[in-house]
Design a protein around this ligand. Structure first.
Ligand code: C2E
Ligand code: CA
Ligand code: CA
Length: 960
């Protein structure tokens, strides 16, 4: 090594050594760079690159070698044989070029080591040929060891360049390979140079050889030029390659992106419920989306071209085929929109919608068809369900007897179905109608109450309602309808539709009206009944309260109605009632209500009266039509009635009170002559209250068996003898003995009066039996009868049956009746009283002179006794002579008719004397005795026997 070092340092010019080294390094890196290009190139380019690398390597090796030679000392006198030098150059070039080509021509199987060995061999040959080309020097010594080391080492180092190039193909100029090449070249040269010692030759003949220095300059310069241009080429190409590589990279990433988007697209298609398909211009299917294969019961092969039709429901196949054929023929995508059923693997069918669009070129020719299949099974199922329900609804609405309507709020349109046309008859129903049309058909009176169709129902706008109103049909008649509607809101709750029905309820309404009428009217006369009377009266009073007007109420009943019914039959009675009703209604002014309250009881409500109307005139006017007799069965029947009137607000504050007041007035009127009309007076109310109390007392007295007769004697005014007694009712309660006045009203009560009389009769007859058995002579006992007693049938039988029971003759009994009793129902009583008279019972006319009895009545029925009322007796001894004249007249008349006279209420002696003077037969009064209980009668009779003197005295005085 030392030798090599000293060979370089001692035997060489350092400048040339440096130059050689630079050339070597430059050429080595350039060659490797060219070879590097070759690896990236293909085919011919690669070969050319390798060729260039070989040339540069060869030229570089040789120039390095030659330059180093020039710096070799002593060189002066050295000559150069150009022929041998050219061979050297040529061999070097061939071998290095061969090396690169052999090593890297085949990109698949690079043989880097072989390339390096060949290049190294080229290097060695160049070195040794050059040596032989040198002339003018003599080899002094050859160190074969060093030479072998130079050749082997140089080739070995160079051989590394090939593998290193492969290994570092991407590094800049593949620098490890370039370094190995340069090192190999320099090693071989300088180690070999150190192995040969040269000495210049002197005295040699001149030969046509070139001077080394001159040729060397040219060669080195040319070589450097070659290197420079090769290097430029390498770098330029390298830049081009970089640009290309960047393009390639971009391309690669673009491709990558493309692949990505394809994957995305595929995923999208696979996920999509739609099945995509593609067909050629003739309609032959080329591709179907993946879902098709998953679902459908036909294979891939079967599905392509026309096979997809096989997956279809047989019924759908032909129509779809025809449609598709037409779409393909015309190129019209819009007709290729069809629904059909596709058979799935499990054998079920599902509905699909198929659509297609043609893809055309610029000329408009169809290139392909893109299509989609959409699973619409759920949608179709829903549609079918809806259609079925609509069908049901349509059938139902056709079958129904209702008018069915459906109102669209937004469009203001009502659609009519059901029997609308048949019932309403309007031709425009078929086109639908507006709300204005509707409300025009509603009866004007019902329009106000009708809830507007467009208005929401209820507060929340929900629900349904029913209304009844009259609706005009096409022929102008109104029918009653029951209109029912249901609101159909949208999602936000806003009403969008009203659906409803309309039922013709005219017949029902008529029936209702009739029922209503019947509920409020008397079927016989057609007059308002008690219920409607009450409504009308309430309404009249309600209005009167506001206006301050006066309402008159008149009630009346017929006196002889029962008799008429009994004698002429109920048909006659009905006709009388009807006639009365129609006359009253015909005469009634506007607003006046004539009502039948029941039986023969009527009422007349006269609202809106003024103060000046409160005279009996008005009442008489109302009832005026009754003054004319009614012709029934050819007979003129006089209408006999009594009436009572009352007015609001003077007599009563409510409808109930008003009727009561009028009834009281009627009651009072009934005590009067037929045809009497009485107005209400407040005392009637008190009387009525007293009456109610009296009835209660009577009931109590009967129930507690508290009734006892008290007896008041009647005396013969001439002889002073007791001729009989009057039995007067007494009853006792916890507060003591009660007078008959406390139950007086009961004498007018149909039921109570009979019970009282029977009780009194039983007691009186029992007392009579007891007196008789005791041998006591009491004379006739008189019993008071009431009007109610005489109205009852069978009075005579009752009395006679009791007499018979008691084993007493009729001669023990006298019956006192009042004048009014005798007059009011003369016909019936007469026979009753006559029957009693025939049995020995005498009849006394009580309270004579207070009533309306006249002497003509006394001629019709012959009473046995006449009792002059106490009111006349009271006047005796007063200054009013006129009244004693009445007594005189009565006594005169009675004597002429043979009727016994009794004076009641004699309290003073002078009264007794007066009456005795005038010829009155009997006297009764406190003067003789107060009424006493039966137990005291025997004592009384004894006392009166002792006091007979009074009569006698008076008789004497008179006589005297
Ligand atoms: P009347 O039939 O006129 O009876 C006579 C009434 O005059 C009795 O009143 C009697 O007590 C009363 N009286 C008799 N003498 C005098 C007298 O000197 N001065 C005065 N101030 N009064 C005298 P009484 O018992 O209170 O009976 C009242 C009326 O009640 C009777 O009047 C009669 O109409 C009725 N009455 C009494 N008992 C019965 C009865 O059993 N049945 C019926 N239907 N009526 C009866
Ligand atoms: Ca009496
Ligand atoms: Ca009397």
């Amino acid at each position: 090594m030392l030798r090599v070092y000293s060979g370089i340092v001692d035997n060489h010019d350092p400048a040339y050594v440096a130059l050689a080294a630079i050339i070597c390094i430059l050429s080595s890196f350039t060659a490797v760079g060219l070879a590097q290009r070759a690896i990236g190139a293909k085919g011919q380019d690669r070969f050319l690159w390798l060729l260039a690398a070989g040339v540069v390597t060869g030229a570089g090796v040789w120039t390095t070698h030659f330059t180093a030679m020039l710096g070799f000392l002593p060189q002066a006198g050295l000559h150069f044989n150009p022929r041998e030098a050219l061979v050297s150059v040529g061999l070097c070039l061939v071998l290095t070029t061969l090396g690169w080509i052999v090593g890297f021509a085949n990109p698949e199987r690079a043989r880097g080591l072989l390339a390096g060995v060949l290049i190294g061999a080229g290097l060695a040959i160049a070195h040794f040929f050059d040596m032989t080309a040198l002339h003018g020097a003599e080899i002094v010594r050859i160190d074969y060891g060093l030479l072998a080391m130079a050749v082997i080492g140089g080739i070995a180092i160079t051989a590394l360049a090939g593998p290193l190039l492969r290994r570092f193909a991407q590094a800049t100029l593949a620098w490890p390979a370039g370094a190995a090449l340069a090192l190999g070249v320099l090693f071989l040269h300088f180690v070999a140079s150190a192995g040969i010692e040269l000495a210049p030759l002197t005295g040699l003949p001149a030969r046509p050889e070139l001077k080394l220095a001159g040729v060397g300059g040219v060669l080195v310069g040319g070589s450097l030029l070659l290197l420079a241009s090769a290097l430029t080429l390498v770098f330029h190409h390298r830049r081009l390659a970089d640009v290309t590589a960047a393009d390639g990279k971009r391309l690669a990433s673009a491709l990558e992106a493309l692949r990505g988007s394809e994957a995305h697209h595929r995923a999208y298609i696979e996920l999509n419920s739609q099945i995509q398909w593609l067909s050629d211009a003739n309609g032959r299917v080329l591709e179907m989306g993946p879902r098709w294969w998953e679902c459908v019961a036909v294979s891939r092969e079967q599905s392509i071209t026309e096979g997809w039709l096989n997956a279809m429901h047989p019924d759908d196949r032909e129509p779809v085929r025809a449609l598709w054929a037409r779409a393909v023929r015309t190129g019209d995508g819009s007709i290729a929109d069809v629904r059909y059923r596709v058979r799935f693997r499990d054998g079920s069918y599902r509905w699909f919608r198929a659509r297609a669009r043609p893809l055309r070129d610029e000329a408009g020719t169809v290139l392909r068809w893109y299509g989609s299949l959409e699973d619409i099974n759920d949608q179709v199922a829903a549609e079918m369900a809806l259609r079925r329900s609509e069908e049901r609804y349509r059938l139902a609405s056709e079958a129904t007897n209702d008018i069915i309507w459906d109102y669209d709020v937004e469009r203001d349109r009502t659609t009519w179905t059901g029997i609308a046309g048949k019932v309403l008859g309007y031709p425009e129903l078929a086109q639908g109608t507006t709300i204005a049309w509707w409300s025009d058909k509603v009866h004007p009176e019902d329009r106000g109450a009708l809830v507007g169709m467009e208005k929401p129902l209820g507060r929340d706008g929900q629900g349904q309602n029913t209304q009844e109103y009259r609706f005009r049909t096409v022929n102008g008649d109104y029918i009653w309808v029951s209109s029912r509607r249901v609101l159909v809101p949208d999602a936000s709750g806003k009403p969008v539709r009203f659906v409803g029905s309309m039922l013709d309820i005219t017949a029902r309404k008529q029936a209702e009206t009739e029922l209503q009428w019947a509920a409020f009217h008397d079927p016989l006369t057609g007059l308002p009944n008690r219920a409607l009377y009450a409504q009308r009266l309430d309404a009249a009073l309600e209005r009167a309260r506001g206006t301050g007007e006066i309402v008159g109420l008149l009630v009346f009943d017929l006196n002889n109605f029962k008799t008429l019914n009994d004698t002429m039959g109920h048909a006659a009675g009905d006709r009388l009632l009807k006639e009365i009703a129609s006359r009253l209604v015909a005469a009634a002014p506007e607003g006046v209500t004539v009502a039948r309250l029941g039986g023969d009881e009527f009422a007349v409500i006269s609202p809106g009266l003024a103060a000046e109307d409160l005279r009996m005139e008005v009442a008489r006017q109302r009832l005026g039509p009754l003054d004319q007799p009614v012709a029934i069965d050819g007979l003129q029947i006089a209408v006999s009635y009594c009436a009572g009137g009352a007015v609001f607000p003077r007599d009563a504050q409510s409808a109930g009170e008003l009727l009561r007041a009028a009834d009281l007035a009627l009651y009072a009127a009934k005590a009067d002559l037929p045809g009497t009309i009485r107005g209400f007076q407040p005392q009637m109310l008190q009387a009525s209250e007293a009456r109610a109390r009296a009835l209660a007392n009577a009931r109590k007295a009967l129930d507690t068996d508290a009734i006892v007769p008290f007896y008041q004697p009647k005396l013969c005014l001439r002889s002073g003898q007791v001729t009989g007694f009057e039995a007067l009712l007494r009853w006792h309660d916890q507060s003591g003995l009660q007078p008959p006045a406390s139950i007086a009203a009961a004498f007018d009560d149909a039921q109570l009066s009979v019970e009282i009389t029977d009780r009194m009769l039983d007691r009186v007859l029992a007392d009579c039996v007891a007196w008789r058995e005791g041998g006591l002579e009491v004379g006739r006992v008189a019993l008071n009868l009431s009007a109610a007693d005489l109205r009852q049938r069978g009075l005579a039988e009752r009395v006679l049956w009791r007499l018979d029971n008691a084993g007493l003759p009729g001669s023990v009994l006298e019956l006192e009746v009042t004048e009014s009793v005798l007059i009011s129902q003369m016909g019936g009583h007469v026979s009753t009283l006559e029957k009693l008279q025939q049995a020995g019972v005498t009849i006394a006319l009580d309270d004579f002179g207070t009533g309306y009895a006249s002497l003509t009545h006394l001629q019709q029925f012959k009473v046995d006794v006449l009792k002059i009322d106490r009111s006349f007796v009271e006047l005796i001894g007063s200054s009013e002579r006129r009244d004693t004249a009445v007594i005189n007249a009565v006594l005169e008349m009675s004597r002429s008719m043979g009727i016994t006279t009794v004076a009641e209420g004699i309290e003073r002696r002078e009264q007794a004397e007066f009456l005795h003077e005038r010829g009155c037969d009997l006297g009764q009064g406190y003067l003789f005795s107060r009424p006493i209980p039966a137990s005291r009668v025997p004592d009384l009779l004894e006392q009166l026997e002792e006091r007979r003197w009074e009569a006698a005295l008076r008789a004497d005085q008179t006589a005297g």
